[in-house]
Design a protein around this ligand. Structure first.
Ligand code: A2P
Length: 333
């Protein structure tokens, strides 16, 4: 367990990646009490300089020996690195906040969204898992409704931006868009098909039952974060040609009746949420608007007339911030 201090030695593992860079920005913006920042990546990035509070911090190569003296390590360098290095870091006395899926479903590792289950931070043993980006923004919006009316079932379809796959995927969307507009052929590398001007109903690998791993993550992680195995979740996850911020269409069935106005009132008071819902004025959550913001935007709130107790809504949030870096820093706070 980490001792309370005025300032902490903080590491970002995967500091040159899309999420890692955002972690450094969020630590700076929130004025996290950092005594010293250490940045790690692969040998490809050794010696690169990243700015933190107007000072250059040099990127170091990640090895098993680097964790001595580090208080908190934010990991976002892929699941294999987390599997290998997080236990070593924890053994060296460091609290790891891991953005990969490596430890999320481990029964000994809490999976935390601070607005939803902060109480689970108490039982960590050195590793705390940061949930999947699509799951984080969904549970922030579900929790107040679950507390008020008990959610029985959720049907969610996601519209996920390419930054969720990392910086190479952002480059792929950029270059494919330019290639298509210049009548050149495109060659998919990161994604199985062209992502520019397209939608891919596949995120991660397919499992035997036809669902993708991303869809299964949304099902299992929601139950774990909400501490309720009875919530039934079914998901279809789709990659769309958006650089930043994921959107989701969510259909909810509750045990108790709750009206659209009651949902609007509840969510307006809930932490981390902005209700953005005046469709007659063209006001509803958009990924271009949610990008760079901290909150989960919720709109298009309406009753589902096909069932007794149903709500439909549309949400958007920045997957690199609330979906990853911000949630990790909030856990550290
Ligand atoms: P590097 O830039 O040196 O490859 P993204 O998700 O945007 O692709 O970023 C992945 C992050 O994980 C990058 O910072 C990357 O560093 C880092 N990373 C990838 N492989 C390794 C490795 N073997 N050791 C340390 N860091 C790694």
């Amino acid at each position: 367990m980490l001792k309370k201090k005025d300032k902490y030695i903080v590491a970002v593992v995967g500091a040159t990646g899309a999420v890692g860079k955002e972690m450094v920005t969020v630590l700076e913006e929130r004025n996290f009490p950092v005594e010293k920042l250490r940045l790690f990546a692969s040998e490809r990035s050794e010696g690169k300089i990243i700015n933190f509070h107007q000072r250059g911090v040099t990127v170091e190569i990640l090895t098993e020996k680097v964790f001595d003296g580090i208080d908190i390590a934010l990991f976002s360098a892929g699941g294999d690195r987390s599997l290998q290095y997080a236990p070593i870091a924890a053994k060296a006395g460091c609290v790891v906040i891991d953005n990969s899926s490596a430890w999320r479903m481990d029964p000994a590792t809490p999976l935390v969204v601070p607005e939803v289950n902060p109480q689970d931070l108490k039982w960590h043993k050195g590793i705390i898992a940061n949930p999947n980006c699509s799951t984080i923004q969904m549970v922030v919006a579900l929790k107040p409704i679950h507390d008020a009316a008990k959610i029985k079932r959720v049907v969610v379809t996601t519209f996920q931006s390419v930054s969720g796959t990392g910086s190479k995927a952002m480059d792929e969307l950029f270059h494919q868009t330019a290639d298509i507009l210049n009548f050149r052929d495109v060659k998919p590398v990161v994604y199985p098909h062209q992502i520019a001007f397209n939608c891919l109903p596949q995120i991660d690998k397919f499992m035997d039952d036809g669902y993708t791993k991303e869809e299964i993550k949304m099902v299992n992680e929601t139950k774990k974060i909400m501490n309720d195995d009875s919530i039934r979740v079914t998901a279809t996850t789709v990659r769309v040609p958006v650089f930043r911020a994921h959107s989701e269409s969510i259909n909810i069935e509750t045990e108790k009746k709750i009206t659209a106005n009651e949902v609007r009132a509840l969510l307006s008071k809930a932490p981390g949420i902005i209700v953005y819902d005046a469709p007659e004025k063209g006001v509803y959550p958009l990924p271009v608007f949610a990008a760079g913001k901290d909150e989960v935007y919720v709109g298009r709130i309406r009753e589902d007339h096909t069932i007794d107790n149903g709500i439909n809504m549309w949400i958007a949030a920045d997957n690199l911030r609330k979906g990853a870096a911000l949630n990790a820093v909030q856990i550290a706070e």
